[in-house]
Design a protein around this ligand. Structure first.
Ligand code: GLA
Length: 377
C-alpha cells in the first residue's frame, strides 16, 4: 500500500472509531476539485459550523480555497484571494491560501550550512535584483499534492512526505497540516513535522485576506494591530541584517491599532525596500499560544484575531500583486488588495546564529499553530 492510502485509511478509521453512531461530519462532504497534470485527482473539502461560517480546503498545496464569514449585518462573504478552478492555482505564483515549506520566507543566496555541510537551494526570487531562496523552492509544499482526510473534530488533516533531498533540503520530512473550524468561529491551522535526518523546517500559511469581502478594494483602509515591539530590518534583497530593531517611532509600529494606509508611503528605508509593508515583526515573547495580530475592516465591521505559538510574523501587504492575475470570478487582484499575516520562525535563520533555530532533528517534532478567530462589530 502506498503511504498516502495508508494515511487515508488510518484517519478514516480514527474518525469512525471516535463515534461510530455519528452521522458524517460536514468535512466528509468532499468533491474532486480538479486533476493534476499527471492525472491524480485533487479533493476539496467543505467545513461549516452552526454560525454559517464556511471554509474550503484542498489537497493541492494544503490550500485554504475560501473562507466565508458574516459581516456586522450577518452578510456572508468570502474573504480570501484565489481561483475558481484548480488550473488557476497550478499556474499561480502568489501562494494564495497555501501551506509553504520546508522553509517559508527567505534564505540568503539560497545557501545554508547544517552540521558542517553546505546545502544549495534554488534561488527562485530576486527582490531588489538580489537572488535568494523563497518559500521552499521551485516546487515547494504549496505546489505538491497532499493526502487529505476528515478528522473527528470538524477538520481535515493533510499529510505530505517530502523526500530526502527534495528542493535541496536534507532528510525525509513527514508533515501533517490540519484545518479545523470550531463553533467559536475559529479556523485553526496546525502543522507538525518529523524528520529522519537533521533538516530545516519553517512552515508558513499564506492566505491573502480582504475582510471587506470585496477583493476589488484596497486593504489600506483596514486597521491593524501587531503584538510586536520589534522588527527585523533587511537589506535591499529583503534578507534580515541580523539586527532586532524596536518599532517605536517608526511606521512599523502597530502596537496600537493603526490604519494600514496611513503610513505605508512614509519615507522610511524598510518601506522602500519592501515596496510597502513586507517585513518580519518579532512578537511579544512568551510561552504558548498568544495573540499576534488583530485586523478590522471598518466598512463591514469584520474582525480577524490571529493567535500563534511562533516567535515572529510577516505582514505582507500584497505589494507584488499587479492586477495581471485573474482570480475568483475573473477579478484581477490589484496591488494592496489583501494582506497576509504569516506567523513563522525568523527569515534566514539558518544563516543567522543569533536567531531562533529552525533546525529539526530526528526524535524532535516541529509544531506550529495559527488560530484565526472571526467576529464582527
Ligand atoms: C511573502 C513575502 C513577499 C512575497 C510573497 C509572495 O509574503 O514576504 O515578499 O514574496 O510572499 O508573493
Amino acid at each position: 500500500m502506498r503511504p498516502r492510502d495508508d494515511f487515508l485509511l488510518a484517519i478514516g478509521r480514527a474518525a469512525r472509531h471516535k463515534d461510530p453512531g455519528m452521522s458524517p461530519t460536514p468535512a466528509e462532504s468532499h468533491k474532486v476539485f480538479g486533476t493534476m497534470p499527471d492525472g491524480r485527482e485533487v479533493k476539496i473539502f467543505t467545513l461549516t459550523n452552526g454560525h454559517g461560517l464556511k471554509a474550503r480546503v484542498m489537497e493541492y498545496g494544503a490550500i485554504l480555497v475560501s473562507m466565508e464569514t458574516p459581516d456586522a449585518a450577518g452578510q456572508l462573504a468570502d474573504l480570501t484571494h484565489g481561483y475558481d478552478t484548480l488550473e488557476g492555482w497550478l499556474a499561480n505564483t502568489f501562494y494564495f491560501g497555501a501551506t509553504i515549506g520546508r522553509f517559508g520566507n527567505r534564505i540568503k543566496d539560497g545557501k545554508f550550512t547544517l552540521d558542517g555541510k553546505t546545502h544549495s537551494l534554488a534561488n527562485n526570487n530576486e527582490p531588489g535584483g538580489i537572488p535568494c531562496a523563497l518559500h521552499g523552492g521551485l516546487r515547494g509544499f504549496d505546489k505538491v499534492l497532499w493526502a487529505g482526510a476528515p478528522t473527528a473534530a470538524n477538520g481535515v488533516a493533510f499529510r505530505y512526505v517530502s523526500a530526502d533531498g527534495e528542493e535541496g533540503y536534507p532528510g525525509k520530512l513527514t508533515v501533517t497540516v490540519t484545518y479545523t473550524l470550531t463553533e467559536a468561529n475559529e479556523l485553526i491551522w496546525e502543522a507538525s513535522a518529523t524528520t529522519d535526518a537533521p533538516t530545516l523546517v519553517n512552515l508558513v500559511h499564506h492566505t491573502y485576506w480582504n475582510l471587506s469581502g470585496d477583493p476589488t478594494t484596497s486593504t489600506n483602509d483596514h486597521e491593524l494591530m501587531l503584538a510586536a515591539p520589534a522588527f527585523l530590518p533587511t537589506d535591499a534583497g529583503l534578507i534580515p541584517t541580523g539586527v532586532i530593531a524596536p518599532v517605536a517611532g517608526t511606521p512599523l509600529d502597530f502596537t496600537l491599532p493603526a490604519v494600514i494606509g496611513a503610513r505605508v508611503e512614509a519615507d522610511f528605508e524598510p518601506l522602500h525596500f519592501g515596496g510597502g509593508y513586507d517585513h518580519c515583526w518579532v512578537l511579544d515573547a512568551g510561552p504558548g499560544v498568544r495573540l499576534a495580530a488583530r485586523v478590522k475592516d471598518p466598512k463591514s465591521g469584520r474582525v480577524l484575531e490571529l493567535s500563534t505559538d511562533q516567535p515572529a510574523i510577516q505582514f505582507y501587504g500584497a505589494n507584488f500583486l499587479d492586477g495581471t492575475s485573474a482570480g475568483k470570478q475573473g477579478v484581477a487582484y490589484g496591488r494592496r488588495s489583501a494582506l497576509c499575516l504569516e506567523t513563522e520562525g525568523f527569515p534566514d535563520s539558518p544563516n543567522q546564529p543569533a536567531f531562533p533555530s529552525a533546525v529539526l532533528r530526528p526524535g524532535q517534532t516541529y509544531r506550529h499553530v495559527m488560530i484565526h478567530k472571526f467576529s464582527a462589530e
